[in-house]
Write a protein of this length. Structure first.
Length: 324
């Protein structure tokens, strides 16, 4: 499958590269069978990066868009992980597993009649909008200081947390009992495994996820992704720099202020924002919540993130995040 790995005519460098200092976002097509952490570790090692981290874990059996923050971009991961996600997934109806996916142990089977497509659609439509979703037993969320999956493997029963999530839209791609293929756009923190299980329970037949692929995270689409094979086979290929999304572009959804005053920029480089300048800009901003991008006029590079609503001098460290 072509996952947007880039043109084949890229120039390969035979020189040994020093640790990469470039910062930005890489969209990687995560393969099946690896943890998100393992993918990040491989990319970090292959590209000789100083820092790397991901935005939004994918289960080992899942594939698709994994955003990898490179070097200084690890400091904007919190802003990117908040964005909506888009998935395509396959459901196997009539069967339940303990992990809610095909990797788990069978816990229940359904021996009733086939569910018709119209009944399936009726049940699924009930989950569109905001609903309170329970966190699966096999999840990385911590309860009592332990990961849920660790407790589950030890047979320890705990009360599972729940959270409000939003299903923006849910589309049926194909339906042939007992298989359904769907696409979903949802908020951060949504467990697709749990969504499928909840639909199965609504139908009184059970269900688990047999395939899961993330098609997009925020505006970052699978068509822009680099295949994992590219890192495995050509670790010295400099094409990845061409695919690196600058931090400013990655945060394009945030409001922006372009700074031309050299004194303001000098102070900003030292973690100081002139109070008079800040007051003037704060009064002009229509959006009072969340961070604002501060750019240097000369190169349009991201200089800092500023939270204008935090005015207390004791919160200077929180209201300003400066990038070198």
């Amino acid at each position: 499958m072509n996952s947007g790995a880039g043109p084949s005519h890229c120039i390969h460098s035979s020189m040994h590269c020093s640790p990469a200092t470039d910062s930005g976002i890489l969209i990687v097509d995560k393969p099946e069978g690896l943890t998100s952490f393992a993918v990040v570790a491989k990319v970090k090692k292959s590209l000789d990066l100083k820092k790397a981290g991901h935005c939004g874990t994918l289960d080992p059996f899942a594939t698709g868009v994994l955003l990898i923050c490179v070097n200084q971009a690890t400091r904007i991961a919190d802003q990117l992980s908040l964005q909506d996600k888009h998935y395509r997934f396959s459901m196997r109806l009539g069967v339940e597993t303990d992990t809610l996916d095909r990797t788990g142990q069978l816990v229940r089977t359904y021996d009733g009649p086939a569910i018709c497509e119209s009944n399936f659609l009726s049940a699924a439509s009930g989950f569109v909008g905001i609903y309170r979703q329970r966190v699966p037993r096999y999840a990385a969320v911590k309860v009592q200081g332990k990961r849920l999956y660790e407790l589950a493997r030890k047979g320890v029963e705990v009360e599972l947390p729940s959270r409000d999530i939003t299903i923006h839209h849910l589309k049926l791609i194909s339906y042939v009992w007992p298989e359904a293929v769907m696409e979903v756009c949802c908020s951060k923190g949504t467990y697709i495994r749990q969504l499928a299980a909840d639909i199965g329970r609504e139908l009184n037949c059970g269900a688990y996820v047999s395939e899961l692929r993330r098609l997009a995270s925020g505006p970052f689409d699978i068509s822009r992704a680099i295949s994992f094979e590219q890192f495995r086979l050509t670790p010295e290929d400099n094409c990845w720099r061409e695919r690196l999304i600058p931090m400013n572009e990655a945060l394009d959804h945030l409001p922006v202020i372009v700074i031309e005053d050299g004194q303001i920029l000098q102070g900003l480089s030292n973690g100081y924002l002139d109070p008079a300048w800040a007051k003037e800009k704060r009064e002009r901003l229509s959006q009072k919540e969340g961070p604002v991008r501060l750019l240097a006029a000369a190169d349009r590079q991201l200089t800092a993130l500023w939270w204008p609503e935090w005015r207390d001098d004791n919160e200077k460290r929180r209201c300003l995040r400066v990038f070198k």
